[in-house]
Design a protein around this ligand. Structure first.
Ligand code: B12
Ligand code: SF4
Ligand code: SF4
Length: 397
């Protein structure tokens, strides 16, 4: 279903504004973009002049260390805060909503959970292709148009852009929610050298609800609308390259890539059923594979499984590290044999987390394997996992 933001409402405000200022209206251009976006499968669109996107709230976020090791968040601070200055000649940002598959995961025990957004093809590739086609069409119709496609790929506050363009509001979990449609969608943008603005506005509909804050397993939503990435399971399992802090491992449960909990509990997602593109249909074998199977998967098979998938971002070692943590949380003696086999081939980072897992599994078989591994291990950082409570400073390769 296509929302009404694709009709004249997306442009009405600017038309009036332009007429009052005696300027040529760009409303037909925005209408044309909306038409093209609809053809490309985007559900909703909204536009905002870049000078209205200025926002320096990220400074407090960075200052408190909430970006963790995501150095790129601080590096491109100026572009994020003052996009009109830094993205010349572009004048406006047109934001789009593209839903992903939101069917819930299996509840079977011993299965690793991959966040919904990453179960199909890599959204960067799927979305960019569509944005490029839209831009090509626009340029063919008007050679003076300059435009740039963005989806996570430019230092742009995508959630702020979408909410100020009237596509929804940032919920207390910080993701954009659209009334009646929920939040299971990607955001994408086209920067363009025209002044475009939608009239549609969207206000905060969280009200007194705080379900996401209470549901977050690690307390990462440290205040309404503010995420400390260092605590967020999505960051820990995707962005963090090294050792997962020991005190957080038990809270990660069976999440082996990303986390959907704060969105899962959101009442707005109970009503939501936006259709997703077929490219985002969960790939076979990603929702029913046991943790032991994931642990024993070799690098060739892993690369083949996640070819053109967002999961590659965690890297092979980081992914296996996540599986090791999930095995520790599963606490099943049935995993001991897989851990024994994996021990011989996996990196120091993964071995360190496997030691943690073995220490969680009850019984003499786990204890015996721990003893064998200790006798074989030579890397001091991994040996530290056998005894101490200090995180080993290891990095994913
Ligand atoms: C860095 C990043 C992360 C980091 C940091 C998360 C975060 N909340 O910023 C990590 C790795 C943790 C992460 C996780 C996820 N991410 Co992410 N991520 C990004 C990225 C690249 C940048 C976001 C950013 O600028 N963060 C900086 C902080 C400062 O921004 P902020 O959260 O908006 O913070 C604002 C508030 O604190 C605000 N504020 C302070 N007080 C108040 C008060 C009020 C009332 C309000 C409204 C705001 C407010 O001021 C800040 C600045 O505006 C964007 C893509 C992009 N370029 O925008 C995707 C993006 C936000 N991620 C996305 C997704 C899907 C996810 C996950 C759901 C993935 C998953 N399933 O594992 C989780 C969700 C976790 C969560 N609850 O946020 C989508 C969100 C789509 C949507 N519907 O909104 C995006 C837009 C990617 C995309 N193109 O689709 N992500
Ligand atoms: S993604 Fe998970 S860990 Fe991160 S804020 Fe949401 S519920 Fe918390
Ligand atoms: S769970 Fe409640 S507080 Fe959190 S984003 Fe949804 S409506 Fe807002």
């Amino acid at each position: 279903m296509i929302g009404k933001i694709f009709n004249h409402e997306a442009t009405r405000g600017y038309e009036n504004e332009a007429e009052n200022a005696g300027m040529k209206s760009n409303a037909p251009l925005l209408q044309r973009i909306c038409q093209l976006a609809q053809t490309e499968g985007f559900e909703f669109a909204g536009a905002l002049p870049l000078n209205e996107l200025a926002d320096d709230r990220i400074d407090a976020w960075l200052r408190q260390g909430f970006a963790g090791e995501m150095g790129y968040m601080a590096r491109y601070r100026d572009q994020r805060c003052e996009p009109a200055e830094h993205f010349k000649p572009y004048e406006s940002v047109v934001s789009f909503i593209l839903p992903y598959d939101s069917t819930p995961p299996s509840s079977a025990s011993g299965i690793g959970n991959i966040a919904r957004y990453a179960l199909g093809d890599d959204y960067h590739e799927v979305i960019k292709k569509r944005l490029f086609r839209m831009i090509d069409a626009l340029k063919q119709e008007d050679a003076t148009i300059e435009a740039k496609a963005c989806v996570d790929t430019a230092p742009l506050l995508e959630k702020v852009a979408a909410s100020r363009a009237g596509l929804g509001w940032q919920g207390k979990h910080s993701n954009v929610i659209r009334e009646g449609k929920g939040s299971w969608f990607f955001l994408a943008e086209v920067l363009i050298n025209r002044r475009l603005k939608s009239e549609t506005q969207s206000s905060d509909r969280c009200g007194v609800c705080d379900d996401c804050i209470r549901a977050c397993p690690t307390g990462a939503i440290i205040a309404p609308y503010v995420i400390d990435s260092r605590l967020c399971i999505s960051y820990l399992t995707i962005e963090l390259r090294g050792t997962i802090p020991r005190e957080l491992r038990a809270k990660i449960g069976n999440r082996i890539f990303g986390c959907d909990d704060c969105q899962e509990v959101c009442p707005w997602n109970r009503l939501a059923a936006l259709p997703a593109l077929s490219e985002f249909t969960p790939r076979d074998g990603l929702r029913d594979r046991t943790l032991e199977d994931w642990l024993l998967m070799d690098i060739e098979k892993w690369r083949e499984t996640f070819r053109r998938s967002a999961v590659k971002r965690a890297k092979f070692d980081g992914f296996k590290r996540n599986v090791a943590v999930a095995l520790g949380n599963h606490k099943s003696t049935g995993s001991i044999d897989a851990i024994r086999r994996a021990w011989l081939t996996e990196s120091a980072l993964v071995r360190a987390h496997l030691i943690w897992a073995l220490r969680k599994i009850p019984g003499t078989n786990a204890e015996q394997l721990l003893g064998e591994c200790r006798a074989m291990e030579r890397v001091p950082e991994v040996l530290a996992e056998f005894y101490g409570d200090v995180d080993s400073p290891l990095e994913a390769k």
